[in-house]
Design a protein around this ligand. Sequence first.
Ligand SMILES: Nc1nc2c(ncn2[C@@H]2O[C@H](COP(=O)(O)OP(=O)(O)OP(=O)(O)O)[C@@H](O)[C@H]2O)c(=O)[nH]1
Ligand SMILES: [Mg+2]
Length: 214
Amino acid sequence: MYHLLKGFHEYLTRKEEFSVIILGLDGAGKTTLLEKIKTLYNDTPGLSPDKIAPTVGQNMGKITLPSTILKFWDLGGQRGIRSIWHRYYDDCHAVVFVIDAEDRERLSEGWEVFDSVLSAPQILGVPLLLLANKQDSPQSLSVEEIRNDYEEWHRRKAESARRSFGEEIDSQHRSERIASLDVMGVSALEGTGVRAAIDWLFIRVQNSRRRDES
Ligand SMILES: Nc1nc2c(ncn2[C@@H]2O[C@H](COP(=O)(O)OP(=O)(O)OP(=O)(O)O)[C@@H](O)[C@H]2O)c(=O)[nH]1
Ligand SMILES: [Mg+2]
């Protein structure tokens, strides 16, 4: 009887775990974001920004939400480290791509990398959230400007592919993904917008196609 009740209690209180990968160029603010998420949701605060060094490899952090655990993988964004990102694609339930909205010089490099993430076949059906970080800075582009900048960059790229090779670069799946792309503004440093991003993830992982597969 005890085991039966224990099993029933475990069933009622069980938490489903989802993996979220955090990608973006070096310096975009991924680790600052992860540490802020830990501070906002866990009893033990995350590292303060002055203690954060560039990531060589990965950092992991977990938060507990109602009946759900979100497990974050913050991956190093330096060029040489990006080649390991794909190893995380098969097992993730959502992707967060962080763009530094303050660094106009590196936006197109960011879009190039974002575009390759967006096209990776393993994650085509996985929820993808674009975060325009560093909204606390007056030089930062707004969410709307970031979206427009990506769309403009993408239009130019598609146009040049059409001219050079006479081909369409977008599959229908990809075009739909771009059309329905969610972009949110955050300040990983100050924490603004972070809870809204977590709410988005919480809802979207529950409906993730990959969840039905597992
Ligand atoms: N103003 C401002 N600066 C930020 C914000 N988020 C991160 N930074 C700064 O941006 C720099 C890089 O932050 P990291 O979190 O180390 O960036 P990262 O994306 O983890 O970089 P890699 O580990 O190299 O991939 C640091 O100086 C942060 O303090 C933000 O929201 N606002
Ligand atoms: Mg980092």
